[in-house]
Design a protein around this ligand. Structure first.
Ligand SMILES: Cc1ncc(COP(=O)(O)O)c(C=O)c1O
Length: 382
């Protein structure tokens, strides 16, 4: 994996772990059966899917029946947002200004409010609380941001909602209030235990945790009223029809086991590399400004503004040297708009267009970081 030495775009894609690939492969040939079929080998495949569901549920601290497999993070986010909002059409929802488009786009179809973040990139809890009214049925606030890596205070948000629930039951308002969190960027490094977090729904995807793309899961707490978005044969307890993507699901469970069981060591290793990266930047790029708090942040994220520079040009020049990073979120890379996340934390358009994201992962080491910062300092005229 030497070629990954100078890869700094783990937030957009992670290479599939060889151990994951190995457990997936037989499900493309030897065990190709449809888990809904009644033959003995098909029943075995159904058992394997059930086992994968139980393994995912283990990390969620949930029941296996509370795990819905989807075709990735976008679909899980859409199911959470539209699934609730279509059940409660007269209600409203609150999302943060720095959500991924997979949350913002579905939210925009309904009566929604957007809670701002401060310049650190953290949700303003006082403002958040004021936005809740008697018709708010859903809150969707991401666990960790995909651009600046900031970690949101989900437990505190859950506590606020607990208070709202108590007030509602006293005043006779029967409307539920659900908390959804998009944890796609968090699953490598943070605790996913849903009752410790206090969430009702949580999205993760396999493509960010060294597993296959187009595979994800939505945790749906028992009792959450959700309308399915993909209708058909009734798989996934009716919440997501379609023949299960068996190989992907098996690989997803393996990938989640691997990242969650090694997460404390990997987190410590990456926090050290993050400090090293910052010290290199301070030495070689003294004009660089760091975006977002360093205190509540994923260990693999460095985000900087290089005043006066055009990030797309920098990106291309780095790419020519085999150094891969990102200028916005990869999912909106085709968009001409400057990043909504950077705008939300107070950067102007020029600042947003002068910013680069470096995200590290399993194959990142000091050598690659030194090379990247050196290359960048040589591109930028002193
Ligand atoms: C925070 C977040 N949510 C959702 C998604 C979308 O996930 P997927 O590409 O699996 O649909 C991504 C992917 O970039 C993400 O970073």
């Amino acid at each position: 994996m030497n070629k990954l030495k100078t890869y700094f775009d783990y937030a957009s894609a992670t290479p599939v772990d060889e151990r994951v690939l190995e457990v997936m492969t037989p499900y493309f040939s030897q065990y190709f059966y449809n888990p809904s079929s009644l033959s003995l080998p098909a029943k075995q495949v159904a058992k394997d899917v059930a086992d994968a569901r139980a393994r995912v549920a283990h990390w969620f601290g949930s029941r296996p029946t509370e795990v819905v497999f989807t075709a990735g993070g976008t679909e899980a986010d859409n199911l959470a947002i539209s699934g609730v909002m279509r059940q409660f059409p007269d209600s409203n929802l609150i999302v943060s200004a720095i959500e991924h488009e997979a949350v913002l786009r579905p939210a925009a179809q309904y009566d929604h409010r957007i809670v701002s973040v401060n310049k650190d990139g953290l949700v303003d809890l006082a403002k958040f609380e004021k936005l809740i009214d008697g018709k708010t049925v859903l809150i969707s606030i991401m666990y960790a941001n995909n651009e600046v890596g900031t970690i949101q205070p989900i437990r505190q948000i859950a506590k606020i909602l607990q208070k709202v629930r108590t007030e509602r039951s006293k005043s006779g308002n029967n409307l539920p209030i659900y908390l959804h969190t998009d944890a796609c960027q968090a699953a490598n490094y943070l605790d996913l235990h849903t009752s410790r977090l206090g969430v009702d729904m949580m999205t993760i995807n396999a493509g960010k945790i060294y597993g296959p793309k187009q595979c994800g899961a939505l945790y749906v707490k028992a009792g959450t009223r959700l309308q399915p978005q993909v209708l058909g044969g009734g798989q996934e307890k009716g919440l997501r029809s379609g023949t299960e993507s068996v190989a992907n699901i098996i690989g997803f469970a393996e990938a989640l086991d691997l990242v969650q069981s090694s997460r404390s060591d990997e987190t410590a290793r990456l926090y050290e590399l993050q400090s090293f990266f910052l010290s290199q930047i301070n030495q070689k790029l003294p004009n660089a400004l760091v975006n977002g708090t360093m205190k509540y942040r994923l260990p693999n994220n460095i985000h900087i503004t290089l005043p006066g520079q055009d990030n797309e040009r920098l990106l291309m020049e780095l790419d020519e040297q085999g150094i891969m990073c990102a200028a916005g979120s990869a999912c909106s890379a085709s968009s001409a708009e400057p990043s909504h996340v950077l705008r939300a934390i107070g950067l102007n358009e020029t600042g947003a267009r002068s910013s680069l994201r470096f995200t590290m992962g399993r194959y990142t080491g000091k050598e690659g970081i030194t090379l990247a910062v050196k290359a960048l300092s040589e591109i930028i005229p002193g």
